[in-house]
Write a protein that binds this ligand. Structure first.
Ligand SMILES: Cc1cc2nc3c(=O)[nH]c(=O)nc-3n(C[C@H](O)[C@H](O)[C@H](O)COP(=O)(O)O)c2cc1C
Length: 333
């Protein structure tokens, strides 16, 4: 499939997740296969324009992640157009606009999901961006602001007309946050209505669910929490799509993933203004991932507690090595 002139080798993608989908995590998921597109964590348009170090850090990516989409948030058409030009200058393949974030800190600045409350204005943001850059401009939205304002079908058409090259819809309202379930009937209606590619997002925790959701008529599926629990889910979905049994992930594979994640994070450039050491930053990153990654694992809550209390990076590495039996299977061979 294509987004504008950008070719995707798989219709399955990692959904943008603030605090989680950093470049190290994206690279590892990509290396395991099945991932057609990665999207950065959302970055502030204002921060990009002002050259804020932390914002630039969130927007960093490596060549192996291509095609890469950088997601920006903001509400002012001129500033969003200027930020899109910066994203284009950074070499990104796609610039994505966040119209789904329900967090008040973002939404109160007329950005994130609050853009959905002013469809005319939201469309003018996309028009300004599409005019300013050559790379595809895409939009990620929710079903609407709340149950009385489920306007994603109308807004989707408006942003398509304004020049968006693709859209993604998470079938929940901002008011729902993550409660209830994603409305895939709504996503299917939008996919049927639009001529540009539509991605659906929401509640795919098993590879088979991704395959089932593709039947709703979407061109692709963005998987969020399912990837945090199981970074192999996209590759397993590709196996299913090809009629193969999904690859088996061993406990050791899961341990190696976390150790590789630590190693990649240790090579990362981090904002010097952080009030923490590099080691501490990595420990905190592992805690954030651990809260998702340990869900559904046997003794997962035990591991989670261990990760949250490991005092040093060395202790964390040892805990992971022992819990997952890393090195045991090769020693036995
Ligand atoms: C921790 C977390 C952070 C998220 N951050 C973003 C974000 O920065 N931008 C965005 O568009 N969506 C964000 N989302 C929403 C996801 O991209 C996705 O649409 C949503 O989680 C539903 O998909 P899922 O059920 O597969 O997780 C976030 C979700 C989670 C769980």
């Amino acid at each position: 499939m294509k987004i504008g002139s950008v070719d995707l080798k798989s219709p399955f993608a990692i959904a943008p997740m603030a605090g989680m989908t950093d470049t190290a995590f994206r690279r590892l998921v990509k290396r395991h296969g099945g991932c057609g597109l990665v999207v950065t964590e959302m970055v502030s348009a204002e921060g990009l324009i002002r050259g804020i170090d932390r914002t630039l850090e969130y927007a960093e990516y490596t060549q192996e992640e291509r095609p890469i989409s950088i997601q920006i948030f903001g509400g002012d058409p001129d500033k969003m157009a200027a930020a899109a030009q910066i994203v284009e200058g950074m070499g990104a393949d796609i610039v994505d606009v966040n119209m789904g974030c329900p967090v008040p800190k973002i939404a109160k600045h007329n950005a994130g999901c609050s853009l959905m409350r002013e469809p005319g204005h939201a469309a003018s943001v996309i028009a300004a961006m599409a005019k300013a850059v050559k790379i595809p401009v895409t939009v990620k939205m929710r079903a609407g602001w709340n149950d009385d304002e489920r306007n994603a079908p109308t807004l989707a058409k408006m942003v398509q007309d304004a020049g968006a090259a693709a859209i993604a819809v998470h079938g929940r309202t901002a008011a729902q946050s993550y409660s209830g379930s994603a409305d895939w009937d709504l996503v299917a209606r939008i996919a049927a209505d639009l001529t540009i590619p539509v991605f659906g997002s929401g509640d795919c925790l098993e590879p088979q669910q991704i395959i089932d959701r593709m039947r709703s008529g979407v061109e692709g599926v963005l998987v969020g929490r399912g990837v945090l629990r199981n970074p192999w889910i996209l590759s397993q979905a590709m196996d299913l799509a090809a009629g193969r049994p999904p690859r088996v992930v061993t406990l050791e594979d899961r341990g190696i993933f976390l150790l590789d994640y630590i190693d990649l994070l240790m090579t990362e450039r981090v904002d010097e203004a952080r009030e923490t050491t590099h080691d501490r930053w990595v420990v905190n990153k592992l805690r954030a991932l651990g809260s998702w990654y340990t869900k559904g694992l046997e003794n997962g809550s035990h591991l989670r507690t261990g990760i949250n209390s490991a005092p040093t990076l060395g202790a964390l590495r040892q805990l992971i090595t022992e819990f997952f039996g890393v090195g045991l299977s090769s020693a036995a061979r």
